[in-house]
Write a protein that binds this ligand. Structure first.
Ligand code: FAD
Length: 478
């Protein structure tokens, strides 16, 4: 097989999965009015692989079989750059919302290849073969994958073993000859309700005494004991004209509850090796922050483009403060893009032959994006004006009674009032609406918090080398 069609993907989601939406179990996620929207959105990944305009970017070949580009294990900068372009294209098609169903799971698989190889080398475990078996199967059957890393975490000042409730981090509650039983819950799990399988990785480093929490494995979504409680955020119906981005595009996150789920050993990648929990958590985010920044690029380009468009329509393009804001937005978008490319170009090959983006650069890229995002929203809102939240509806514009007046008075410097309102609707959806709120929280929290990115970057900066430079310049003997 190797490649599935969008319809084959949709059909694959009709199984015994337990998904709850607003207090009711969903019999078939593909028929649910809200969840179906997220599934159609995710299907873009499969549609683009079939589309002659994108086929070369979205597919490649392995062992004589056509496969999704996302399943290619990066061998050098070129693979990462092509992956970046594919993510960017899918997110543009998804109108700033990432598809994620191939991206996040392969990020985890690449990390697992590295850490399983290191763990097997140090401890004689047999994990690498299991990771390769998952990769081959998922690639051959073109699976959609979700990744559950973030635990509920209870009291953030305490580690897993010190929590009053031992289930605040997902843990092994039973070890059997044929596998393990796991209990706990993960949160914010994107695309889990519309994936075929779920990969679990630790959320943090673990200490001795936390062996039951040093845990990684995969399960099919319909495994017994797994329940997904879907977030209702962004689920209201909306018009395509007034919400040109969010009317047809969304992701769904779930509260992901493991109520004593049995996992056979062949699906387990870490079970007690505490010293490898931290490296696995960090290795996953090396790849996942690369994915994250790649899918921010269309969002940043659209912020610059729509602010420029409204500046033109409002007749303020040449005003000094507007030119300054547009230049800031342009530099912001360009810096994030170039940092991401640099992280691919300066990456390194790690055992067992996986090319990894440069950790310092990719974390700097993600941090720079997240740190500047709210300021960028403010600048776009500033350039646009108050109609962002007070504009009449498209229905009002069609009214015989008020439509002519609206068309007369809501014209700007050029173009029709209709076009100007459409531009406002776009910017409202992009920079003011519940989608904008989603993007804003996504910027700060998803793929790790600002602090996590800063720490990861600082850990890879050569402070000692720079201190030595300062000593030399100061004439202090080393
Ligand atoms: C839209 C969205 C999609 C996501 N998708 C996924 C997904 O698919 N899979 C997945 O696994 N996760 C996913 N995440 C989770 C994301 O990685 C987390 O939100 C992020 O790691 C922060 O965790 P948290 O939400 O529990 O916040 P917290 O960890 O509670 O962070 C809140 C604040 O507390 C601070 N803080 C936390 N702990 C400490 C401490 N010990 N000391 C000092 N300060 C601390 C943080 O720095 C931050 O400022 C997603 C999140 C969002 C918003």
């Amino acid at each position: 097989m190797g490649l599935r069609t969008a319809d084959e993907y949709r059909r694959s989601l009709r199984d015994g999965r337990r998904v709850m939406f607003r207090g009711s179990w969903v019999a078939d996620v593909t028929e649910h009015p809200v969840l179906r929207k997220a599934i159609d959105h995710a299907a873009i990944d499969y549609q683009l692989a079939e589309d002659p305009r994108y086929r070369d970017l979205f597919t490649t070949e392995e062992g004589g079989e056509p496969i999704s580009r996302f399943y290619r294990v990066p061998q050098g900068p070129e693979d990462l750059l092509l992956r970046m372009r594919a993510i960017e294209a899918a997110t543009t098609e998804g109108r700033t919302v990432v598809t994620l169903i191939h991206e996040i799971g392969t990020d985890a698989i690449f990390a697992l290849l590295r850490v399983a190889s290191a763990c097997d080398g140090a401890k004689g475990t047999g994990y690498l073969g299991r990771v390769r078996a998952l990769l081959e199967r998922a690639r051959h059957e073109d699976w959609a994958l979700a990744v559950a890393q973030t635990d509920t975490k209870g009291d953030r000042s305490l580690g897993p073993k010190d929590q009053p409730d031992p289930d605040q981090y997902l843990r092994i509650v039973e070890r059997r000859p044929d596998g393990i039983v796991v209990r706990g819950a993960k949160v914010h799990t994107s695309v889990s309700m519309n994936a075929n399988a779920l990969i679990v990785v630790p959320t943090r480093a673990m200490r001795p005494g936390e062996e039951d929490y040093a845990l990684s494995f995969w399960v099919p979504i319909d495994v017994e004991g797994l329940s997904l409680v879907a977030s209702p955020y962004l689920s209201s119906r909306r018009s395509e004209i007034e919400h040109p981005l969010s009317a047809s595009h969304k992701m769904v996150e779930t509260f992901t509850w493991f109520d004593d789920v049995f996992v056979p050993w062949e699906q387990v990648f870490l079970a007690g090796e505490v010293e490898f929990a931290g490296p696995l958590a960090l290795s996953f985010v090396d790849f996942h922050r690369f994915t994250a920044v790649a899918y921010k690029l269309p969002l940043l380009d659209l912020l610059v483009g729509s602010a420029s468009l409204l500046a033109e329509l409002n007749g303020i393009e040449t005003a000094g403060h507007v030119r300054d804001k547009l230049a800031q937005l342009a530099m912001y978008a360009a810096t994030v893009r170039k940092l991401l490319e640099a992280s691919a170009l300066t990456g390194r090959t790690d055992s067992p032959g996986v090319f990894v983006p440069d950790t310092l650069t990719v974390n700097t890229a993600k941090y720079h994006f997240a740190h500047g995002f709210h300021e960028a929203l403010r600048d776009v809102q500033d350039v646009a004006g108050g109609l962002l939240v007070t504009a009449p509806s498209w229905d009002d514009l069609q009214s015989e009674d008020v439509g002519p007046a609206l068309r007369k008075y809501l014209r700007g410097a050029q173009g029709s009032a209709d076009d100007r309102l459409r531009a406002f609707y776009l910017v409202t959806d992009l920079a003011v609406s519940d989608l904008a709120g989603y993007h804003a929280v996504l910027a700060v929290h998803a793929e790790g918090s600002l602090e996590a990115e800063k720490l990861a970057a600082a850990r890879h900066f050569d402070f000692e080398g720079k201190k030595a430079l300062a000593r030399r310049m100061a004439g202090i003997d080393a």
